[in-house]
Design a protein around this ligand. Structure first.
Ligand SMILES: Cc1cc2nc3c(=O)[nH]c(=O)nc-3n(C[C@H](O)[C@H](O)[C@H](O)COP(=O)(O)OP(=O)(O)OC[C@H]3O[C@@H](n4cnc5c(N)ncnc54)[C@H](O)[C@@H]3O)c2cc1C
Length: 232
């Protein structure tokens, strides 16, 4: 046996590359009036585009993120169809046997019904129970996975015993318009005109993406906030 379970609680989001800034949006919008390169008040123009939901100029800005997240988070991310994805293969490479470990402050108990619910921390007993069961299940799955490989069973079959808390790597390429849609749904803030209740872990991913978005496209980000976090 060579491969052992390791544990992590991070949602890793690295910017691989981007072609994104507010000027690209302005140029793309100005094609419409044959005024590319004309003097512009960037802030006002972008505010107008977001407010009136002229969305296509934002599609010319693109971000590629490298994510290392548990499968249950990747699965939610990939519901966002207006993005491109490449994922680590469980057929061509052996699993890294890296698993998500619940942190003690991760909300544990759901109160309310679907569509109207909130999460509370849980008792110390619940925290201990969830953490221990989570970790021991992963260790057992890792041992079974490795034993199957040692026994000559193909990776694509052995991986079937691994839980959704197993980490996977993804490259996600997404344009700024679609990114705003992602952020509107996956990062809940007081500025939002529409309520959303994202999974705790996907929100950790969204917050990191939003930092990059804000850094590269400050005027677009400001307009996004100003107009209720609605993708134009
Ligand atoms: C809090 C929360 C809970 C959720 N719960 C569930 C759940 O229980 N079960 C579940 O299955 N999903 C669930 N989802 C996923 C959700 O239904 C969306 O699939 C996901 O958020 C992606 O959003 P999107 O379709 O806007 O994004 P994208 O797929 O990136 O699409 C962007 C936009 O393009 C347009 N578009 C894309 N594809 C189509 C299409 N085929 N037809 C028409 N227009 C299209 C839409 O305007 C869409 O808003 C949940 C999401 C959230 C935020």
């Amino acid at each position: 046996m060579t491969n052992k379970a390791t544990f992590c609680s991070d949602m890793s989001v690295d910017l691989v590359r981007c072609l994104a800034d507010d000027d690209i949006v302005i140029d793309s919008a100005r094609v419409s009036t044959n005024t590319v390169g004309a003097d512009t008040d960037v802030s006002r123009f972008i505010d107008f585009l977001v407010r009136d939901r002229h969305g296509s100029p934002f599609e010319h800005c693109v971000f590629t993120f490298a994510l290392d997240v548990p499968i249950f988070v990747a699965r939610e991310i990939m519901r966002h169809r207006i993005a491109s994805y490449s994922e680590e293969s469980g057929r061509y490479t052996a699993s890294r046997l890296k698993f998500y470990l619940l942190e003690s402050h991760r909300p544990l108990v759901q109160a309310g019904k679907p569509g109207d619910y909130k999460f509370t921390p849980g008792s110390q007993l619940q925290i201990d129970y969830a953490s221990i069961v989570n970790a021991s299940t992963c260790v057992e799955a890792a041992e079974t996975y490795q034993a199957m490989l040692d026994d000559g069973i193909a990776r694509e079959v052995a991986r079937m015993v691994l839980p959704v808390s197993t980490y996977t790597r993804i490259h996600m390429t997404i344009n700024a318009r679609s990114l705003m849609n992602f952020l509107s749904l996956r990062h809940a803030t007081k500025d939002s005109w529409y309520k959303t209740s994202p999974l705790y872990e996907i929100e950790l991913v969204a917050k990191q993406m939003e930092q990059q978005f804000k850094e590269f496209m400050p005027h677009t980000h400001a307009a996004f906030i100003e107009h209720g976090r609605i993708a134009p």
